[in-house]
Design a protein around this ligand. Structure first.
Ligand SMILES: Cc1ncc(COP(=O)(O)O)c(C=O)c1O
Length: 425
């Protein structure tokens, strides 16, 4: 997809800054570089300092050109560093621009960053301005935004998995698909929803937070906008809040500047510290995500096998395991699921224990898993999901796998289950 960046007309220095670098890197090699190389180098062209590591700029405002003849409203070209040209940090800033440039390169579509995943989702809905949004389960916070929009303009929320509801959609409405889903890690078929959206004249938006590159490329399915909570895998270290919107390249000419202008007024930009942390984190995105996905697969396979064999600690304690790899289509190499996620399934799964008491107590028995919400960091987390999602089944534990060794994580879970059993749970 990234090659399509070359076709995007550039209307502002801010867009030039995030799109030109990825284009130049590809042109220098006559091909798109690997994800690993782009994550480390896609922002090099912005760096006009001898320092290898990116500096952190905290300035909210940037000096205008001293030559009055060069003054143009909202355009503040820095002649010494044309890609580092800024006016005011609610519009653009050095660290967040570098973060966006790398994301633009690795996602293959122009990216805008926001203060959080929910700020990005809100900006997307405000921009597309649908009368109806079809949305399924998944992260409850997005439903919270739609409720606020309903209060403001009567926006109607429809159920994604109900054909009668889908039939109510009209031209300009939105089908929003989260895949894989929070908290189960199960995936949804994007080709199916693209077809539905085309039939109904709707936009298709995807929350791809649970499957960042290299696990999934939603633009293969002509999705209109892809959103991510960058707080998760892009940040990757549980220390920054951020959201991202990636715009399909053929919409970019009209949509990117318009989204940027609306972001300037909504004010939901990410901070410079987060931009700096984000750049540092993206350097290792591929390493982390591949490892996290492999470890997750080992754990899910192990627990599923134990459960299937029966007559052991896991089979006695675990009610069920949910993950994309456990969906029936995962076994079929020609299935939509294997095509959509060719490089492995996501690093989050759900473990249901036999009782609410067991699920509530297991996290306190573990040594390596932190009992906390969120996901995507280098440290494994487990959450008794009832802590933050009032609607979820109380037997459900959401597990987010970090970069620890899988055997250690397995042993930690086993000793935790044993400790519970010893206490009579
Ligand atoms: C799938 C998904 N989308 C969006 C969000 C919201 O992101 P943020 O917490 O960065 O606002 C989350 C947060 O957990 C999420 O899991």
């Amino acid at each position: 997809m990234a090659s399509e960046l070359k076709d995007i007309p550039i209307r502002s220095e801010a867009t030039r800054a995030v799109v030109d670098g990825p284009r130049k890197l590809a042109a220098a090699f006559g091909k798109e570089l690997s994800l690993a190389s782009r994550s480390v180098h896609a922002d090099d062209y912005i760096n006009n300092h001898q320092a290898v590591a990116p500096p952190m700029h905290v300035s909210t405002t940037f000096r205008y050109n001293r030559d009055p003849d060069q003054l143009r409203p909202w355009d503040n070209l820095n002649p010494n560093a044309p890609y580092d040209s800024h006016v005011y940090s609610r519009d653009s800033a050095p660290n967040t621009t570098r973060f966006e440039a790398i994301l633009t390169s690795i996602i293959g579509a122009p990216c805008l960053s926001y203060a959080s995943g929910l700020a990005a989702f809100h900006a997307m809905i405000v921009f597309l301005n649908p009368k109806r949004v079809a949305i399924g389960g998944g992260y409850h916070g997005c439903h919270g935004i739609l409720k606020i929009m309903k209060k403001l303009n009567g926006l109607e929320q429809l159920e994604l998995e109900d054909d009668n509801d889908l039939a109510k959609l009209q031209k300009g409405d939105v089908i929003h698909v989260e895949t894989p889903l929070n908290p189960t890690g199960e995936a949804r078929d994007l080709a199916y929803y693209r077809k539905k959206a085309d039939e109904l004249g709707c936009y298709l938006t995807v929350d791809a937070t649970f499957a960042p590159p290299p696990l999934m490329d939603p633009f293969q399915y002509n999705v209109d906008i892809v959103m991510h909570s960058a707080t998760k895998y892009f940040g990757g270290h549980s220390d920054m809040l951020s959201g991202v919107l990636a715009v399909r390249p053929d919409h970019a000419e009209k949509w990117v500047e318009a989204l940027r202008e609306e972001r300037l007024h909504l004010g939901g930009v990410m901070g410079s510290l987060e931009g700096w942390l984000g750049v540092r984190s993206l350097r290792t995105l591929e390493l982390r995500v591949k490892r996290q996905a492999e470890t997750t697969q080992n754990l899910v396979d192990y627990f599923a096998q134990q459960k299937a064999e029966g007559g052991n600690l896991v089979a006695d304690s675990v009610f069920k395991i949910q993950h994309a790899s456990q969906q029936p289509e995962a076994k079929d190499a020609d299935s939509w699921l294997r095509k959509q996620m060719p490089n492995g399934f996501g690093p989050v799964f759900s473990l249901w224990l036999q009782s609410e008491e067991q699920a509530k107590r297991l996290p306190s028995k573990l040594h390596l898993f932190h009992h906390a919400t969120s996901l995507g960091g280098v440290e494994s987390l487990i959450e008794w999901r009832a802590m933050t999602d009032p609607k979820v089944d109380k037997r459900l534990l959401r597990v987010s796998i970090g970069v620890e060794a899988w055997e250690d994580l397995r042993d930690d879970l086993l000793q935790g289950l044993q400790a519970l059993k010893d206490e009579g749970y």
